[in-house]
Write a protein that binds this ligand. Sequence first.
Ligand SMILES: C[S@@+](CC[C@H](N)C(=O)[O-])C[C@H]1O[C@@H](n2cnc3c(N)ncnc32)[C@H](O)[C@@H]1O
Length: 241
Amino acid sequence: MSLGDAGLPRSAVPAAFDVGAQSYDRMVGANPGYHEHLRMSARRMRIPGAGRGMRLLDAGCGTGASTAALLAAAPEAEIVAVDASQGMLHQARNKPWPASVQFVQGRIEDLADLGVEGPFDGILAAYLLRNLNDPDAQLKRFVELLRPGGTLGVHEYSVRDSRPAVWTWNAVCWGIIIPSGWRHTRDTTLYRHLWRSVLTFDGAARFRRRLTDSGFIGVHSATVGGWQHNIVHTFVGQAPA
Ligand SMILES: C[S@@+](CC[C@H](N)C(=O)[O-])C[C@H]1O[C@@H](n2cnc3c(N)ncnc32)[C@H](O)[C@@H]1O
């Protein structure tokens, strides 16, 4: 499939993940820090009391890597994990989970039609916002879905604020991720989309402003260590009380 400057049309993204679903865990398992960085973002949400009595949403849960990170940060919470890709969700559901974790297939934009209602005490969106048609509208829906004072954590690639990060991103995509995607799936669509969509996504400062403009308060962000320094970020904000 041909890609525009910003990657795939966003409505085509979940189907592209269907193609990559079987290899997804192997691919990200080869990425040093992938799981640890997700756990770091979940911890940065500072969910109190191991999440006891709380409801959390994992928006765009994929094969469950971010769900596992939320579960580690809040083992006592009830977690609803939503993804639009049937293939990714199939991988997630095939893993062992406690009864407190529930998976739902559908677009995050259609949450109400899926029978998923707020309020949530926390929402984690890992590698999702960049893949949406209208991230601003979704961020506003997240504010409404959260209890007053509830926390949004966005775990996302953002390279525009750092020239070394852009160089590293180009080198890693063309040297490792795209060739490895080809070896695993014989289709590079998803991996070229990843490359382009990250290059055109907000810089960290712009995304923090987007969160504030969407109604979040106390917005801050931090990056991670290793080669993904200034490439992977955790953004955190609160729904106003
Ligand atoms: C890069 S994966 C990340 C999965 C998981 N959060 C993780 O950290 O490993 C992005 C996921 O977002 C899902 N996705 C993309 N657009 C979506 C949408 N509009 N609604 C729900 N899920 C969506 C894709 O199907 C894919 O599984």
